[in-house]
Design a protein around this ligand. Structure first.
Ligand code: ADP
Ligand code: ASP
Ligand code: MG
Length: 494
């Protein structure tokens, strides 16, 4: 029986009005938070709903730490972590499913499922203990168990509340490439899997509770989408299902003018464009995984970032266009970065050719460049990458340019890890004269030295690299100068 009407083409396009809702780690972090999530889901039962969940808060870190202990044969630390893993989930089961008595059968089944998933993790950890290394594929398989645990718990609780639900493993519906730890989706194959696996559930009025964060290659090898990747899972599924909307439930009121942990008087943004939200995420705003927006842009699926602790608040709406105010919208920062500088030692060497070779080598090694700047006369250039990519970047650069380095055509490659990136973002900065000047003046008033600057011709983002110990100060100064805080109110960007 179809609960929702379908279009003539029968595909999920026909399942009009699909809502995808993603609950983050804090929103799944305890029995109370899961109850709140179920209240939110229950309010939307008039339309087909797909739920995507993160692991309970801190569980992915715990799983990764356990695998590191296994790699160095620290068996007692592995056992202690396994106990923590099991206890946290069993305790949540008990708190969720002890009352009323009718929930008892769901509790038994949930406890069994939890035990078997923890055993599965234990088996993989044991394999790593014996091998003494952590093959990326096994790591991905193991860490997705955090999401499999939370989706099982939530699905059981939904059932106990009288809402038909099924836990679905993301590896059954999201097809990816084989870049373990940072995989990318293959959308056509994913759409097909969603048609086969999710649409029949939706048509029967069942809520799929899909694990965020993970997928599998077309030949079935488990992958993950990068830390914080459940947002990305949700947007992949929203695009594959032609959803009407995506709601991302988190632990703050929406996307803010700066990281609320760094700046005291941040304001919540009512609206942002896809481009702005993507720039914010890409430049360090943890509230969204950097790749979340990409699958949604073409289909113009709107996204809401909302607070599961205060669901009545409107949150932030992310769309393709709206009447954009002038000036900057938000400031972000990134601390775990490194600046790599390269300079030809000899005029014989073409700087452009050197850049091309360096960029090519980095692309092949999957190293993402966050900022790139060059100076024309000395032909020197520098670029910012994530700290975790430094070793891989140096390896490929030094091997690809080994002759130039050995013969002294190229000066030794310099790495500066004592830097941070500040980014000012806003479509309304385009054609706003004087804004960059004000930003730089605000930073220099704090006696912070600017190491490098980058602004694309779209004028959507100004990236500024400063010393790491002055990064937070610079963020606060720019936030204030751009009039972004609550106190600034309508003075913003005047
Ligand atoms: P979830 O577990 O729900 O995915 P995250 O911890 O990944 O949540 O992201 C939410 C957190 O992002 C917030 O608690 C906040 O501290 C942080 N954050 C950083 N920058 C911003 C910003 N510009 N707007 C809102 N939150 C931000
Ligand atoms: N649980 C994963 C992480 O902590 C994915 C997510 O929460 O989005 O990175
Ligand atoms: Mg997140």
């Amino acid at each position: 029986m179809n609960k929702y009407t379908a279009d003539a083409d029968g595909r999920v396009k026909g399942l009009k009005n699909v809502l995808v809702m993603k609950f983050g780690g804090t929103s799944m972090g305890s029995a109370d938070r899961m109850r709140a999530a179920v209240d939110i889901i229950a309010q939307e039962r008039e339309r087909p709903v797909v739920v995507v969940v993160s692991a309970m808060s801190k569980i992915t870190d715990l799983l990764l730490e356990t695998l590191r202990h296994a790699e160095v044969s620290d068996r007692s630390a592995v056992d202690a972590n396994l106990r923590t893993l099991l206890n946290r989930h069993i305790q949540t089961c008990n708190e969720l499913l002890s009352e009323p008595a009718s929930a008892a059968r769901f509790r038994e089944s949930a406890v069994n499922a939890v035990q078997s998933l923890v055993s599965e993790f234990h088996r993989i950890a044991n394999g790593i203990l014996m091998l003494g290394e952590r093959p990326p594929r096994s790591v991905d398989e193991a860490i997705a168990i955090g999401e499999r645990l939370s989706s099982t718990l939530l699905a059981h609780y939904l059932e106990a509340c009288g809402i038909d639900a099924r836990a679905v493993n993301g590896s059954e519906v999201i097809v990816t490439d084989a870049v373990f730890g940072n995989a990318s989706p293959q959308m056509e194959l994913t759409e097909k899997k969603c048609d086969d696996r999710l649409v029949p559930l939706l048509e029967r009025g069942i809520v799929p509770v899909v694990t965020g964060f993970n997928g599998a290659t077309a030949d079935g090898r488990p992958t993950t989408l990068g830390r914080g990747g459940s947002d990305f899972s949700a947007s992949i599924l929203a695009a594959a299902l032609n959803a009407r909307e995506l709601w991302i439930w988190t632990d703050v009121d929406g996307i803010m003018t700066a990281d609320p942990r760094l700046v005291p008087d941040v304001a919540v943004l009512d609206e942002l464009t896809y481009a702005e939200a993507a720039e914010l995420a890409y430049n360090g705003a943890k509230v969204l995984h950097p790749r979340t927006l990409a699958p949604l842009v073409e289909k113009q699926i709107p996204v809401w970032s909302k607070n599961s602790f205060a669901p009545e608040k409107p949150g932030t709406r992310i769309v393709s266009h709206f009447d954009e105010p002038k000036g900057a919208r938000a400031v972000t920062s990134m601390a775990k970065v490194a600046l790599i500088s390269m300079e030809p030692a000899n005029a014989i060497l073409s700087g452009t050719r050197m850049m091309a070779r360096a960029l090519d080598a980095l692309a092949l090694a999957n190293v993402e460049i966050l900022v790139f700047t060059s100076s024309s006369y000395r032909q020197s250039f520098c670029f910012l990458i994530r700290k975790r990519d430094v070793a891989a970047a140096l390896e490929v650069l030094e091997s690809n340019l080994s002759i130039e380095l050995a013969h002294g055509y190229l000066k030794p490659i310099e790495v500066d890890e004592n830097v941070g990136l500040l980014a000012v973002v806003g479509e309304g900065m385009r054609g706003t004269p004087g804004l960059a000047g004000r930003v730089f003046t605000a930073i220099s008033r704090e006696e912070v030295n600017i190491i490098a600057i980058a602004q694309g011709s779209s004028e959507l983002t100004i990236g500024i690299i400063v010393r790491l110990d002055s990064l937070d100060r610079a963020v606060r100064a720019v936030h204030e100068e751009c009039g972004l805080g609550k106190r600034a109110g309508s003075l913003a960007n005047a």
